[in-house]
Design a protein around this ligand. Structure first.
Ligand code: IVH
Length: 670
């Protein structure tokens, strides 16, 4: 082979690799398997070894943090690693406090631990007898990946803590990040420092991780045996004395005015810091209060992230496309001239819905201002009408589904008494191609069946090749055909087959969620699974379309029940469930545990003292009880507070339901 030929082959392989990097990191949509990727990478490195004249600053031998491995063992977090709710304006902070006062049922004074929100990757470190025994990534918040060896390469993470007062067992959590100046050296390969840190952390070989200078700042704990700390800020102080890095800009503040002024100052200062921050985190400092407030399904009630204002840039709208979502919603998306906004290349911006386009009069060809804030989808905030072409025409929103041609409608919302802003395809189901593909993507997504190596692009590819058109087809794939596809070697086919096999063991909650029923998210799926004994019982309800009994569940209302009815009236959906029930191995982990209030149901009337309904409900649930939202024979206890509703008391008496006071409830709870 001539020197020129070698260079050609080398360049083409490198180009291919960089393309797949982009697909992975910037679009989160890889189209080749890990093995194919690894092979490509090895080939490039081998070529370089053999031909010393081959050199390129983007070669995988020069930079690290190429596509991360997926082959880490999984670990279920003892305490989930949740996210934070966001605040952008002062009113969000006022609301945040209001909700807390409501939950506690009184206004109290508290102070905040204020901490810069580093834009990195969170990690959990478990120490037992002073030794780091396990390091885990956040993953989907419930289950992460064991990356102990990679974390051990970070100099800020102590392997052993010598302090006498270091707890016997503790899980320390914090942020792994890369400094701005170090990122500059590798900015051609990653969209931003956060991606660089993430990629580096998830390398198969810890020596690869070592090549990138990663940092770690500790800020909280997960599982903590015999925790006797009273304040978050005391804990932060102790973290430092144990040898962990903490943020030197942490602060204690005690009211919203102080928070706002600190935020304002910090927002200006942030560009001088040597790491990326995307806001401040405010945590109620009192840890007992934190414990009382607890969590909603995905975030603590006692903390909030106050984001910094977003980055924006001007660009041109090349086209407006209508995407069809899993529940039939038609979402207009502006395809724009790619533009770098705060370190991330943006080529799509959501236009939300038909109304939004009309209101802002956004047209194809317009110059618009696009904003991108953290992980929020970029959106148009301004249209420069003075720069508009004379011949431009208003955008006409289609009234037929662009995928299946069905009629589209705007539903009437009975609660708000208004028509929805969102237009939907009426063919909600597998009859509409785009909806079907989205449903399958939902089925395999992280929070649903979570099938490793089965990403969104793979679903699209398999769909196009007619390898699947229903969720259950995933369990009956033609592997022969797949192994002949580009990018799919025998090893990756085997991996796929294994992860599909592993995904067959699911909880009832996940199965219900994975069906993608409108208004039935993770939390509602949990409520439902808690209230049916088994998958068989659920199928029985489905066959009789008997969902009204769920109206008794506190948290489930007409909207959810109607949506369940509508979904299962479509025989195809029922068949899918039955089909899946024959393939999957479903267990109902959420069945009530053996707490003191097991099999007992409660309802409240009147105002409780010193505790909110929400907190009382959560106490009952922690003890395996259930709260109902209406009186029926199924109710065991009516708990009365101040000024109870007479009718409820009379009804309960008639049905022989025990009527108890708040004190008696506390006694039951011991
Ligand atoms: S507390 C449940 N403190 O922000 C409590 N998080 O949106 C959540 N983060 O995944 C963690 N700095 O990666 C906390 N001082 C800080 C933080 C922080 C950055 C990140 C963390 C988390 C995300 C939540």
């Amino acid at each position: 082979m001539s020197k020129n030929d070698v260079i050609k082959i080398y360049n083409s392989k490198l180009k291919d690799l960089l393309k797949h990097n982009k697909l992975y990191y910037q679009d989160s949509a890889p189209i080749i398997s890990d093995d194919y990727y690894d092979k490509l990478k090895t080939e490039i490195i081998e070529l370089e070894k053999k031909h010393k004249f081959l050199k390129n600053k983007s070669s995988p031998s020069k930079i690290v943090g190429f596509k991360p491995s997926k082959s880490f063992d999984k670990y279920m977090h003892k305490i989930p690693m949740l996210s934070l709710s966001n605040a952008f304006y002062e009113s969000d902070l006022v609301n945040f406090e209001k909700k807390i006062f409501n939950y506690l049922n009184k206004k109290i004074k508290f102070s905040y631990s204020v901490e810069p929100k580093i834009d990195g990757i969170s990690a959990s470190l478990t120490y037992k007898n002073k030794i780091l025994i396990r390091g885990v990534s956040r993953g989907d918040g419930r289950e992460g990946e064991i990356i102990t060896e990679n974390l051990k390469t970070i100099k800020d993470i102590p392997f052993e803590v010598k302090s006498l007062n270091f707890p016997e067992e503790i899980e320390i959590r914090g942020e792994v990040f890369i400094k701005k100046k170090d990122f500059l050296k590798m900015k051609d390969n990653f969209a931003n420092p956060r991606n660089a840190a993430s990629g580096s952390l998830r390398q198969k070989d810890p020596n690869e991780t070592k090549k990138i200078p990663l940092n770690f700042i500790a800020y909280t704990y997960g599982y903590f045996k015999n925790n006797s700390f009273k304040l978050q800020t005391d804990f932060l102080k102790e973290l430092k004395s144990w040898g962990f890095k903490t943020n030197k800009d942490n602060e204690i503040l005690s009211n919203i005015d102080q928070l706002i002024s600190f935020h304002k100052n910090f927002e200006n200062k942030r560009f001088d810091l040597d790491y990326d921050v995307d806001g401040l985190v405010y945590k109620i400092n009192d840890l007992d209060l934190q414990r009382r407030l607890g969590f909603t399904s995905n975030a603590p009630r006692w903390a909030i992230a106050h984001k910094f204002s977003a980055d924006s840039a001007n660009t041109k709208v090349k086209n407006i496309e209508i995407q069809v979502g899993r529940t039939g919603a038609l979402t207009p998306v502006a395809k724009v001239q790619p533009i770098n906004i705060g370190g991330v290349v943006v080529s799509n911006a959501t236009l939300h819905n038909e109304e939004e386009i009309k209101r802002k009069d956004i047209r194809i060809g317009d110059i618009v201002k696009i904003e991108r804030a953290g992980d929020v989808i970029p959106h148009v905030i301004d249209v420069y009408k003075n720069k508009r072409d004379k011949n431009s025409k208003p955008f006409i929103f289609p009234n037929k589904c662009p995928s299946c041609g069905s009629d589209t409608i705007k539903e009437f919302n009975n609660t708000t008494k208004k028509y929805d802003a969102v237009r939907r395809c009426t063919n909600e189901g597998y009859g509409c191609e785009k909806i079907a593909v989205e449903k399958i993507k939902h089925f395999i997504s992280k929070e649903a069946l979570n099938i490793d190596g089965f990403g969104k692009r793979v679903v699209e590819k398999f769909w196009d090749l007619k390898l699947l058109n229903k969720p259950q087809d995933i369990f009956n794939l033609n592997y022969n055909k797949i192994s002949n596809l580009e990018g799919w070697g025998q090893k990756s086919v085997n991996n796929l087959r294994n992860s599909i096999e592993n995904s067959k063991k699911v909880t009832l909650q996940k199965l219900i969620y994975s069906l993608g029923i409108r208004h039935i998210g993770i939390e509602n799926a949990k409520l439902i699974s808690e209230n049916v004994h088994s998958l068989n019982e659920f199928i029985k309800l489905v066959k009789n379309n008997n969902f009204n009994i769920f109206l008794n569940i506190d948290g489930i209302g007409e909207t959810q029940v109607n949506s369940l009815k509508k979904f299962f009236l479509n025989k195809l959906n029922t068949d899918i469930l039955i089909n899946l029930s024959e393939i999957l191995n479903v267990d109902n982990k959420n069945l009530k545990k053996n707490g003191k209030l097991k099999n007992k149901t409660f309802m409240f009337t009147g105002k409780l003292e010193g505790i909110s309904r929400a907190e009382a409900k959560s106490l009952i649930e922690k003890n395996s009880g259930t709260t109902l939202s209406s009186i029926s024979k199924k109710l065991n206890y009516l708990v009365t507070g101040d000024k109870p509703t007479k009718r409820k008391i009379e009804q309960s008496k008639k049905l022989g339901i025990k009527i108890i006071s708040q004190d008696q409830l506390i006694k039951l709870l011991n």
